[in-house]
Design a protein around this ligand. Structure first.
Ligand SMILES: Nc1ncnc2c1ncn2[C@@H]1O[C@H](COP(=O)(O)OP(=O)(O)OP(=O)(O)O)[C@@H](O)[C@H]1O
Length: 280
């Protein structure tokens, strides 16, 4: 077989070139997925052991080959267990926030993004909660489906109002723990559990509430509003980046900008308020 790059004994055809290109893209996507998390170090450790195994096998060191061989034979299963979160994240990003959602939107003749949302009640509620140092966590769905997270909490399917938001996050309310999920112009659920970010670069000053917001923004295109119980600070989290200590006007502007955009575009360049904990 003669290919575009004949190298004497090696026949390198177009299929091989496409194969190498696809593997490169796959590896790059995997690297992007693991970058910034401890999983990257674990993956590098596994690759190193595999390379060592190949070397000792080639040099004929029988005992070490057997030991490493045993280790490698359980490697696939061990990898699935070790990387279950990353595999889930990968499948989610492939299946949800990409072509499928766009095709669905095209099919029904409307954009795949949520119904245009009035951000007023959220901004007003956040301001009020911030003044009273009451913590809050509100996730705005865009193209990614947040149903699995909504199902972890209590279903509400309620009309959006400042009063309802204040009632939910009131410290004596049975619904105040966890996150509220907003989709299709309604408050879909409260008390929802979000995936916690494992990014080691997240500043220690940010607690679990913020880590959960970052975690969701790493695996979906949701915009997350956080009010800190400790400081009263209002922050937005989008695509793995945190925009901290926002003034009311800035909160309103950013929410309007991100929620009314296509849902797939990236936010404008990070301002000084971003802590740059991007991990996607
Ligand atoms: N995985 C999660 N999913 C949803 N909500 C969570 C999750 N983890 C924590 N929370 C929310 O965060 C609250 C406690 O978080 P913690 O006090 O650590 O947050 P914090 O960010 O340090 O506080 P602050 O509000 O001052 O920023 C919980 O009561 C819960 O409401």
């Amino acid at each position: 077989m003669s290919g575009p790059f004949p190298i004497n004994f090696l026949h390198f055809g177009w299929i091989d070139a496409a194969d190498v290109l696809l593997v490169t893209i796959l590896l790059y996507q995997l690297y992007k997925l693991l970058r910034g998390s401890v999983a990257l170090n674990v993956a590098l450790g596994l690759v190193s052991i595999y390379l060592l195994y190949l070397v000792v096998k080639a040099t004929g060191m029988e005992l070490l080959t057997k030991i490493l061989g045993q280790f490698m034979s359980v490697g696939v299963l061990a990898s699935i267990i070790l990387f279950q979160q990353e595999i889930r994240r990968f499948l989610l990003s492939v299946g949800k926030a990409t072509a499928l959602e766009r095709v669905r939107g095209w099919k029904w003749g409307r954009p795949a993004t949520a119904t245009p949302l009035s951000v007023g009640p959220f901004v007003e509620a956040a301001k009020s909660l911030s003044n009273k140092f009451t913590g809050a966590l509100i996730c705005f769905a865009q193209a990614s489906d947040l149903t699995p997270y909504a199902e972890s909490g209590d279903r509400l399917d309620a009309e959006i109002s400042k009063r309802l938001l204040l009632s939910i996050f009131n410290k004596t309310s049975p619904l105040h723990d966890g996150a509220v999920i907003v989709a299709n112009g309604r408050i879909q659920a409260a008390r929802c559990i979000l995936p916690v970010s494992e990014n080691p670069d997240v500043p220690a000053s940010l607690g679990l509430r913020h880590r959960a917001a970052i975690g969701l923004s790493e695996v979906t295109d949701a915009v997350v509003l956080v009010v800190s119980e400790e400081t009263g600070a209002m922050s937005l989290v989008y695509r793995g980046e945190v925009y901290r200590n926002l003034a009311t006007s800035e909160l309103r502007n950013r929410l309007n900008e991100w929620l009314l955009s296509s849902g797939t575009g990236r936010p404008a360049a990070s301002s000084s308020s971003s802590v740059g904990v991007k991990a996607a």
